[in-house]
Write a protein that binds this ligand. Structure first.
Ligand code: MN
Length: 339
């Protein structure tokens, strides 16, 4: 069993030898995926100046994360397949951030599987797959951003991070914890937030850029979801919202627009489990987001058992390969039999 110190030493050796690296994160990248990846990219560029580093996401990240330092240079694999594959050919190292199973990368994952480039995992989700060569996996971390911060600290003994990288990490911290209201498991998370402020993060400014960024359409879509689409099951202490492509189109849906919607039903006192079911653009499947509050319902297990997915105890996701109507019936049946 490798210890943290062994892992850091191994990472140091890998960084010393690598000439070209790729940082990747999961499909539908969220604040932690983009924040942690861009901060790690920024750190690698300053700590290993002779190494070439790029960031690739399986698809586009939402617009409200576009201001993060370096994000404009990140590749969306859906847009630049050929160029990414070309770059990958001569890579010495791939960093996998904020996911723990290559299937979370969609076709980019298939491309990575086809290459024998060493993979370093930096992640905080439960039950990592066995397809990584060096594993930093810690479920007690609030976010991958927090783990990246700790790794940077361990590598150098001090946080060699630019203000922009600190902001990126702070985005990961707040978006994965609902601004420190869940998922914070150790006091150290707050100390790290304090360190990030010392590195120049203006927390009010970052929060405003992340949260006060709704378009009018997105705000009205949220209103529509809560008023007309949320179904509550008091006996099962559950609720769900389902959205078809037509409904999303009506509100000019942009990637990321439904981000966070799944949390709203949990604000109902008696609701402990919430789901958001959204039809994929090509209508081949339903994207299932699951959230729970408290210590009794593991949505990680629920996602693994019923939706080919996984994640955290209180936040997870998966997919359902059939129509939206059938997915609704399937979910309601789970509620009736399992709750
Ligand atoms: Mn995360």
């Amino acid at each position: 069993m490798l210890t943290w110190t062994d892992n850091i030493k191994a990472l140091q050796d890998m960084l010393g030898n690598a000439r070209r690296a790729l940082v990747v994160s999961h499909m539908n990248p969220d604040g932690d995926a983009v924040g942690a990846s861009m901060a790690w990219w920024s750190y690698l560029r300053s700590a290993c100046p002779s190494m070439e580093v790029r960031v690739a996401f399986p698809n586009k990240f939402p617009e409200f994360l576009g201001w993060i330092e370096g994000a404009e240079q990140a590749i969306a694999y859906t847009d630049k397949k050929e160029a990414t594959l070309e770059y990958l050919k001569d890579c010495d190292l791939v960093f996998c951030l904020d996911f723990n199973d290559l299937s979370r990368l969609d076709t980019l994952g298939e491309a990575l599987s086809a290459h024998s480039v060493p993979r370093v995992l930096i992640d905080h989700h439960l039950q990592p797959a066995k397809e990584f060569d060096l594993v930093f996996s810690d479920v007690s971390m609030s976010s991958t951003a927090e783990l990246v911060y700790r790794i940077v600290l361990a590598l150098d003994g001090k946080p060699l991070l630019s203000k922009g990288a600190a902001e990126a990490l702070y985005v990961g911290l707040i978006t994965d914890t609902g601004s420190f209201s869940f998922g914070v498991k150790t006091p150290e998370t707050f100390r790290i937030a304090a360190d990030l402020m010392e590195l120049g993060v203006d927390k009010d400014e970052v929060a405003s850029k992340v949260y006060d960024s709704y378009s009018e359409k997105r705000m009205r879509l949220l209103g529509y979801c809560l008023h007309s689409k949320m179904r509550v099951f008091p006996k099962q202490k559950a609720a769900y919202i389902s959205l078809s492509r037509e409904e999303l189109d009506k509100f000019c849906f942009q990637p990321g627009d439904t981000e966070g919607f799944v949390n709203f039903p949990l604000s109902i006192k008696k609701v402990a489990l919430s789901a958001l079911l959204t039809e994929s653009q090509d209508k081949t499947h339903i994207r299932v987001s699951l959230r729970s509050k408290g210590k009794t319902i593991s949505v990680n297990e629920l996602a693994r058992k019923y939706f080919n997915g996984g994640g955290h105890f209180n936040a997870s996701g998966g997919k359902y390969f059939d129509s939206l109507k059938n997915c609704e019936a399937y979910f309601e049946n789970i509620l009736k039999t399992d709750f």
